[in-house]
Design a protein around this ligand. Structure first.
Ligand code: ZN
Ligand code: MN
Length: 506
């Protein structure tokens, strides 16, 4: 029997007939030096199975020991999410079999998470704030990695054989689970993206993870169900796993809304299942039917003592929180004198960090902002990459700004120098900019003798214009300035040339 197929429903119609209910689960890989329950290194990219020991391989007789830094990071994340911190909690075994999990259970937390009942205020594109409730943040460990070889898709189906790398098995994870998020209506896709963005920025500011979605150190599962509009009756949810970019989070929500509406309006029932997000078509395909928590046969982990963080420790961590993203934004807005809209544009463009680093490298804030939001944004758009993916560093941008400031480059020449850096010329440091300037011959002609000669030549070539200037028609100087700029390949300081033209005609 083949499953019936249903049409996708137009997004506007979905919103007219249904209320989406969102839930988001985010896994964050901590950047601790060692794993959650053993002393193995967490360094990324090592030879497969070189960072393993009896504990993270689940060998009989091995015993886990909790990583204190991971607990500290979990508490910091909990505090930043306005959660209560449990004075006493335990680990639990989540039992299931999968080849990349050698113990046959994941050491996680179940009904006793370390942090619970918080919220995160999320700023939307139009500046409005939406509060997302946080159910819990709990500690657990990552699994290993399977590599399926020989098939066309990289999936296990059709593969000839599979390889397993346990280096990642046991790396500390924090799983952050939202409460059900109702009332998002047509903004559900945007709110999902904005929440994950805000969470990423928050965790990054705490310095406990590098939160790279593209590298898997932050992974998002999107839960979504539809209720008949204004009925308050909860629908069956699907869970789309491992959505690995901010844009995909938004697209996965949008897709599931249209797909589920199609099933419901077509007389079908939504199945509770996990689904996989397909990056190329922005759609989802079914995975396994969803287990319920009974299937995991959770029970308290007998090999680990409970975690009971002393209140003084929690208060000490609360007192040493770094500047959180919203406080930093407020500070930068004041320092750089930005309107709300200007600040929001910088945040949305992902330019805030880049500008701040450019300023830290010595550039005036206005210039730093100008380069990142204008020319560099154009270049990023042309290449269809994010601003921070451009192959130019804030220090290099600061160097360009310094060369313009000292008169060694005009704005036009500076853009050419940036083009060179973006094309991979000159080398990675700020002196890479100087190398491009030298190699492309971009430096402003500052040799006064050379400039005077060029001015004289231009005056001689256009004697009628020269006469006008001599007769007091200073406006005519523009033609001569233009000729000199052309003769020097745009490498003269136009202001200085103008002064020289007037000088030579008086
Ligand atoms: Zn180990
Ligand atoms: Mn988990």
């Amino acid at each position: 029997m083949t499953a019936p197929t249903y049409d996708m429903v137009d997004f506007d119609e979905v919103v007219e007939k249904f209320d989406p209910v969102l839930g988001l689960e985010v896994h964050v890989e901590l950047s601790t030096r060692t794993k959650m329950f053993c002393g193995c290194s967490t360094e990324f990219g090592a030879e497969p199975n070189t960072q393993v020991c009896p504990t993270c391989l689940g060998l009989p007789g091995s015993l886990p020991v909790v990583n204190r830094s991971a607990v500290e990071a979990a508490i910091r994340i909990g505090l930043a999410l306005n959660c209560s911190i449990a004075p006493w909690c335990r680990f639990a075994r989540k039992n299931y079999f999968y080849p990349d999990m050698p113990k046959n259970f994941q050491t996680s937390q179940y009904d006793e998470p370390i942090a619970f009942d918080g919220y995160l205020d999320v700023v939307l594109d139009d500046g409005e704030t939406f509060r997302v409730g946080i159910e819990r943040a709990h500690m657990e460990e990552d699994t290993g990695k399977s590599l399926h070889v020989g098939g066309a898709t990289g999936r296990i189906h059709g593969a000839e054989y599979s390889l397993l790398d346990y280096n990642r098995a046991g790396v500390p994870l924090i799983e952050i689970v939202t409460k059900m998020i109702p009332g998002t209506r047509e903004r559900a896709p945007e709110i999902a993206r904005a929440y994950v963005t805000a969470l990423r920025d928050l965790v990054k500011s705490l310095g406990v993870s590098d939160v790279r979605m593209d590298q898997g150190s932050m992974r998002c599962d999107v839960n979504l169900s539809l209720s008949p509009r204004d009925s308050g009756i909860l629908g069956t949810r699907s869970e789309t796993k491992n959505v690995n970019s901010l844009r995909s989070v938004e697209r996965a929500v949008r897709h599931e809304m249209s797909r589920q509406a199609g099933v419901l309006l077509g007389g079908g029932t939504v199945v509770q299942e996990t689904r996989h997000f397909l990056e190329d078509t922005a759609s989802t395909r079914p995975g396994r039917r969803k287990e319920t928590s009974e299937d995991y046969r959770y029970f308290p982990e007998p090999d680990l003592v409970p975690i009971a963080p002393p209140a003084e420790w929690v208060e000490e961590l609360r007192g040493t929180m770094p500047e959180l993203p919203w406080a930093r934004r407020a500070r930068l807005q004041q320092e750089w004198q930005l309107s709300d809209a200007e600040l929001r544009d910088l945040v949305n463009a992902g330019a805030l960090d880049l500008i701040e680093q450019t300023v830290a490298a010595g550039a005036p804030a206005g210039d730093a902002r100008g380069w990142w939001v204008a020319y560099l944004t154009q270049q990023a758009n042309a290449r269809e990459v994010a601003l921070d993916e451009l192959p130019i560093t804030p220090a290099q941008v600061a160097r360009v700004i310094a060369l313009v400031g000292s008169g060694e480059l005009t704005n036009k020449l500076a853009r050419e120098a940036v083009d060179g850096v973006l094309a991979g010329e000159g080398g990675p440091g700020p002196d890479g900019v100087d190398a491009v300037v030298a190699a492309r011959g971009l430096a402003v002609v500052s040799d006064e003798g050379e400039l005077v000669a060029a001015v004289d030549a231009a005056l001689a070539a256009q004697p009628d214009v020269a006469d006008k200037i001599r007769g007091g028609k200073v406006a005519a100087a523009g033609a001569i300035v233009g000729a000199v700029m052309k003769a020097t390949g745009g490498k003269a300081d136009a202001k200085r040339v103008r002064e020289l033209v007037i000088e030579r005609c008086s």
